[in-house]
Write a protein that binds this ligand. Structure first.
Ligand code: T5A
Length: 231
């Protein structure tokens, strides 16, 4: 049985990673195998490219060169991790995917034709069935990221977090434009709500998209009851 592919998108600190883990728990409580992965990264080769990109070591290549590295990482990630997991029947929850390149590298000035060529080379029409766009004003997302860094003491901001507020605002608008252009694939979630509310909104979106597949997993009532009791 083929699994399902869901991506999470949004700006820095929008809450993607937190919500992916919550959705994973909920799906696993229904007996569904889940693979959590991320971009850039998600396969041994792509994780090496992630280090290069997020450290800023590739900045000298310019936005086109960075876009090429994101595409190379994505091609490997799809081949090595995502397609095999789906073929085994796992649901794949991916923190960022090709929409992030459209937004981040598009905002940086890489033209649409070039991005389209890279996208075709990297994913060849392979797209998620559902994309959850976590929408948060960048001031809020960046504050969350800064607060987290202070608490954890783990390093400073990465290559893309250091960009100025107007850039983050343009990225937010570009994500919302993508969502408006593909309403069947995207669901926009208000990421400013408290974590429990956001989790609930995402679950509703998943139920709407995959209700039949979820019912087939273990039966809706029993599994939801098991989740409430922490199973
Ligand atoms: N990039 C990526 C490109 O330029 N092009 C591409 O093609 C791709 C794929 C990746 C960077 O690369 C760029 C985009 C990125 O800049 P990353 O480290 O993976 O870098 O960064 P992010 O994906 O932005 O991950 P973050 O961890 O910064 O953000 P998340 O995952 O959205 O947020 P999360 O869940 O870690 O939460 C952040 C903090 O907020 C709290 C959490 O507890 C945490 O402390 N939080 C909330 N607080 C209050 N209310 C809520 N509802 C909250 N939800 C979470």
């Amino acid at each position: 049985m083929q699994g399902h592919f869901i991506t999470f998108e949004g700006g820095e600190g929008a809450g993607k990673s937190s919500q992916i883990l919550r959705l994973k728990s909920r799906l696993e409580a229904k007996g569904i195998p889940v693979v959590v992965t991320r971009e850039p990264g998600g396969s041994p080769g792509a994780e090496k490219i992630r280090d290069i990109l997020l450290s800023g070591a590739a900045r000298d290549l310019g936005p086109r060169g960075e876009a090429m590295l994101f595409a190379a990482a994505r091609a490997d990630h799809v081949d090595q991790t995502i397609r095999p997991a789906l073929a085994k029947g796992s649901w794949v929850l991916c923190d960022r995917f090709a929409d992030s390149t459209r937004v981040y590298q598009g905002e940086a000035g890489v033209d649409d034709n070039y991005l389209q060529l890279l996208e075709t080379a990297a994913v060849a029409g392979f797209w998620p069935e559902l994309t959850i766009l976590m929408d948060v004003p960048p001031e809020i997302g960046l504050k969350r990221v800064n607060d987290r860094a202070k608490v954890s003491g783990n390093g400073g901001p990465d290559r893309f977090e250091t960009d100025g507020l107007p850039i983050h605002q343009r990225r937010r608008n570009l994500f919302l434009d993508l969502a408006r252009g593909e309403p069947d694939r995207f669901v926009v979630i208000d990421g400013t709500r408290d974590i429990e509310h956001v989790t609930s909104d995402i679950w509703q979106a998943v139920l709407e998209q995959f209700g039949t597949a979820l019912d087939a997993a273990t039966g809706p009532a029993a599994a939801d009851e098991a989740f409430k009791h922490g199973a």
